[in-house]
Ligand binder design. Structure first.
Ligand code: ADP
Ligand code: MG
Length: 394
């Protein structure tokens, strides 16, 4: 990491963050923790890494979507979490348990049956069993619930997913949407705290997809953690968090949230060159009349944009929050800041920033991002004009 060259109040006690500060193994909020996970495969050309050192924390009760181009490593990533495959390097902790160190394949398989539900794009129901029997299968495998209770519990799950009328049918006799609903009932048969789904709606119509997302939302409301790989951008808005993976690497979520129009490879470049800094409440981030050398994005907290009125009194022209950016006006128009931008609220503010030269270079290659930022600049100028007017009339 480079040394910070930000202009700010040197007396204030800013703290620099490490990128993996959330990765302590004792983090009780975490459901999934990946530490430097590498997965390599060997082909004719030699060894190639599909996951290139992934760090990721997903907390209990979160509903998370994962997107990325085909071949970017999404399924491989899920396979690391489910224990279906194993990492070449790094550590995977699920529900507080390191699932690879000192654990045999068969122990992992039992653990998986009790602790997680898995949903695939192509259902993978056993074709010779009825839907109800398919749902009972995991209970038999991990020997959960009394033998006599299993059919009743399976039927309750069929009701939960709206398939009670089809319980005694073979998979081939119901629609693809219904097969997926049965697969979801099967996934939650042993009431796992974590549900992992790999493109669960990839093969379904919009209505079936919607039913499935509603079910997932219901599980999340009960406190389960749901992690879903999806190709459908309309589903990502329904999750708490959207994670983008590009060529086996995670994109910084603040960057993807702030600049959603960027190409994934540009987001990844920004992820690699970005730095982080914490500002205490009231601390200046950009000083008035100073040149601006960075593009800033808010990871957490609130930022106040402060102007002066005609009598040189300060007033807050706007508050910016998580996932918003600033500094763009000065960078794009090459000026000094007319505003004072500082950490607002009562909590420390976490800022991610990118040097001017890198920001400008990527903007030159991304006209749609420039256009999107341009629209926000117009809105902000209008907001300022109105605020100036009000301040002048005080
Ligand atoms: P996604 O789910 O994002 O489409 P995958 O995780 O399935 O991507 O695959 C990522 C890359 O890893 C692809 O290039 C794929 O060909 C390769 N890959 C996945 N599994 C294997 C394997 N078992 N052996 C060799 N290469 C694999
Ligand atoms: Mg895949």
């Amino acid at each position: 990491m480079k040394k910070t060259s930000l202009r700010s109040n040197p007396k204030a006690d800013s703290v620099r963050m490490t990128k993996d500060s959330a990765l302590s193994e004792s983090n009780p909020d975490a459901m999934i923790q990946l530490h430097g996970v590498v997965k390599s495969f060997t082909n004719a050309a030699g060894e190639f890494a599909v996951l290139k050192g992934v760090d990721l924390t997903i907390n209990r009760g979160e509903f998370v979507s994962i997107v990325g181009k085909s071949g970017s490593g999404k399924s491989t990533l899920l396979n690391m979490v489910t224990g279906i495959d194993h990492p070449s390097d790094g550590k995977v902790v699920v529900g507080g348990k390191d699932i690879y160190t000192g654990v045999t394949e068969s122990q992992r398989s039992k653990w998986r049956g009790k602790n997680l539900g898995i949903v695939f794009q192509f259902f993978q129901l056993l074709p010779t069993l009825t839907l109800l029997e398919n749902v009972m299968l995991p209970m038999d495998y991990v020997d959960m619930y009394d033998f006599d209770e299993r059919p009743k519990r399976a039927m309750e799950l069929m009701e939960l997913v709206g398939l009670e009328k089809f319980a005694y049918k073979l998979p081939v006799l119901v629609s693809t949407g219904q097969q997926q609903l049965a697969a979801i009932a099967r996934a939650v048969a042993c009431d796992p705290p974590l549900l992992v789904a790999d493109e669960p709606t990839g093969n379904l119509d919009t209505r079936s997809s919607d039913t499935i997302i509603k079910l997932f939302e219901g599980f999340v409301a009960q406190g389960k953690t749901v992690v879903m790989v999806t190709h459908d951008p309309s589903l990502t808005s329904r999750t708490h968090r959207n994670i983008i993976i590009s060529d086996g690497e995670m994109i910084d979520e603040t960057i993807s949230k702030s600049l959603p129009q960027l190409r994934h490879r540009h987001m990844l470049q920004f992820t690699k060159i970005s730095e982080e800094r914490i500002y205490q409440p009231g601390e200046t981030i950009i000083a008035r009349d100073q040149p601006v050398d960075h593009f800033f994005m808010i990871r957490n907290g609130q930022v106040d944009v402060v102007l002066l009125d005609e009598k040189n009194r300060e007033y807050v022209v706007s508050n910016l929050n998580k996932g918003e950016f600033f500094g763009e006006m000065e960078l794009m128009r090459g000026g000094q800041s007319i505003a004072n931008v500082r950490a607002g609220g009562t909590q420390p503010v976490e800022i991610v920033y990118i040097p001017r030269a890198d920001f400008t270079r990527v903007m030159n290659e991304s006209p749609i991002t420039v256009e999107a930022i341009g629209r926000i600049v117009q809105e902000r100028l209008e907001q300022r004009r109105i605020a100036d007017h009000r301040a002048g009339n005080r």
